[in-house]
Design a protein around this ligand. Structure first.
Ligand code: 5GP
Ligand code: SF4
Ligand code: MG
Length: 456
């Protein structure tokens, strides 16, 4: 998911939140919404689909000086209108609105506890547990209510929270999901999942929210409190591989440069003898350029993406997924014909995309199709907000690299090594990076049902 918050007296808040969300759209296309603190209380506007569809009839015409927004990418909680964020609750301290990126890992326990305490839930989202905890806290101030709640929840969360006159940004003690702070040209404040959200509204980057930190922003400025400290940071490596936009900088690491370096690492690791490097657009583009730069093999566009297609990853069945890939990607025959190709993509999840593309390339006359993947084999589910949570659907969980190579039909297949990946992300120390979906080293307890590869 993507989250954003703005506090600025002189801005048209709904419009700026909209633009910020527009820049974060890649983090979730399922639904979204904007909440604005007005003189008349918090007003929320939400809908299904892309932000441009949700607000096709215009951005809400309300006045306020604080706003938050969310774009949703479904992991827990089904694709369902009830699950749209931001969520708003009434508490003894007034209204509170919240937008969450991440996934909690102690949902079961907390939900049972809250159910026993008489709470009722309108949605299947773990984020609703957070607002419930905040609203039920007996502490004196909203700050304390939030901090108490943060010490109950476990797992991944980057939150923007808004009350009538305050904006909060919170990041879990491991810092799985990104969240940064920026300033508007008017001296206002912005919180955004990624720096590309700041750029879109002309705000300048100040710093990242730190793991375990809560920042509290009012018109008179920003204050910082640390509510917890983990033994190590665990910044999600998959943000650098795939999830974040390449023009963002996360925790001091430029995403574009990391992807270029992943390509370079793969070129060193493979040394394939080939005529042409192509990418699977758009997610493979930057690593493919890095591969070409390092190997000296020319890069060209061998595949063209239809810009008007949504993402193909989450489709109900295999047949539909295949059709979707064919709609989304087409081969430039004149480029690939007769060539020995290195095809670069960011990840293999189910293996659907690569298998179909390989077939298309061969039909177009490619002499050899070799594949490089800038994520190591995804062998274990993610419990922290990336939708690779069903173990049996992960091809690398059951097949070896050689079996995957046969399945997708390429001549040679290489996954970046974990060492190579870590070298490509030089500004994040290896011990501070989550690599659990590749190496099974989960930094937290994980939900029991999911160990068997089932969704909860
Ligand atoms: P596969 O076809 O192997 O299941 O999926 C691999 C493709 O899906 C890659 O091209 C990659 O860019 C994309 N992908 C990887 N992880 C995710 C994800 O979490 N969400 C979405 N929407 N796409 C993903
Ligand atoms: Fe990121 Fe993988 Fe860790 Fe999930 S398990 S947070 S996708 S590195
Ligand atoms: Mg892709």
């Amino acid at each position: 998911c993507g989250v954003l918050g703005i506090l600025d007296k002189s801005m048209d808040i709904p419009r700026y939140v909209y633009w910020g969300l527009f820049a974060l759209q890649h983090r979730g296309q399922e639904s979204g919404g904007i909440a604005v603190s007005t003189d008349d209380g918090i007003k929320t506007f939400r809908g299904m689909g892309l932000v441009s569809n949700i607000f096709a009839d215009g951005v809400p015409e309300v006045e306020g000086h604080i706003g938050i927004g969310h774009v949703r990418y479904s992991t827990t909680g089904s694709n369902n209108p009830a699950n749209i964020q931001p969520l708003t609750v009434y508490t003894s301290k007034g209204q509170v609105a919240l937008a969450h990126n991440g996934n909690l890992t102690n949902t079961r326990t907390l939900r049972t506890e809250l159910d026993d305490g008489g709470a009722t839930f309108q949605t299947t989202m773990d984020s609703e547990i957070i607002v419930n905890l905040i609203s039920r806290s007996r502490k004196d101030t909203v700050e304390e209510q939030i901090m108490e709640s943060m010490n109950r929840i476990q797992g991944a969360y980057a939150l923007v929270i808004m009350t009538k006159d305050k904006l909060f940004g919170v990041r879990d003690p491991y810092g799985f999901r990104p969240l940064c702070i920026g300033r508007t040209t008017n001296g206002g404040w912005v919180l955004s999942s990624e720096t590309c959200g700041l750029d879109a509204i002309g705000a300048s980057f100040v710093r990242d929210v730190q793991p375990g930190e809560m920042v509290s922003i009012t018109e008179s400025g920003i204050t910082s409190t640390f509510f917890a400290k983990a033994d190590r940071k665990q910044i999600c490596s998959f943000e650098y591989i795939y999830f974040a936009r390449p023009d963002s900088v996360i925790d001091g690491q430029d995403v574009y440069q990391a992807r270029l370096a992943m390509g370079r690492e793969m070129a060193k690791e493979t040394q394939y003898d080939a005529d042409l490097v192509i990418s699977v657009p758009d997610s493979g583009n930057t690593a493919a350029i890095g591969y070409a730069m390092e190997s000296g093999i020319p890069f060209n566009h061998g595949l063209i993406k239809n810009r008007y297609m949504g993402r193909t990853f989450i489709k109900p069945n295999q047949k539909q997924r295949e059709l979707a890939v064919r709609m989304k990607l087409n081969v430039v025959k004149s480029v690939v014909k007769g060539k020995r190709i290195v095809m670069v993509d960011d990840s293999i999840v189910r293996g659907t995309t690569s298998g179909i593309i390989c077939k298309l390339l061969r039909e177009a006359g490619a002499k050899e199709v070799n594949m490089c993947v800038s994520a190591p084999p995804i062998m274990y589910p993610c419990f922290y907000g990336i939708d690779t949570s069903v173990r049996k659907e992960l091809i690398a969980a059951t097949l070896s690299v050689e079996e995957i190579r046969k399945f997708i039909g390429v001549d040679q297949l290489h996954f970046i090594s974990i060492d190579g990946l870590c070298r490509a992300i030089p500004n994040i120390p290896r011990e501070d990076m989550c690599l659990a979906c590749f190496n099974n080293d989960y930094p937290t307890d994980i939900p029991a049902a999911n160990e068997k590869g089932e969704k909860y």
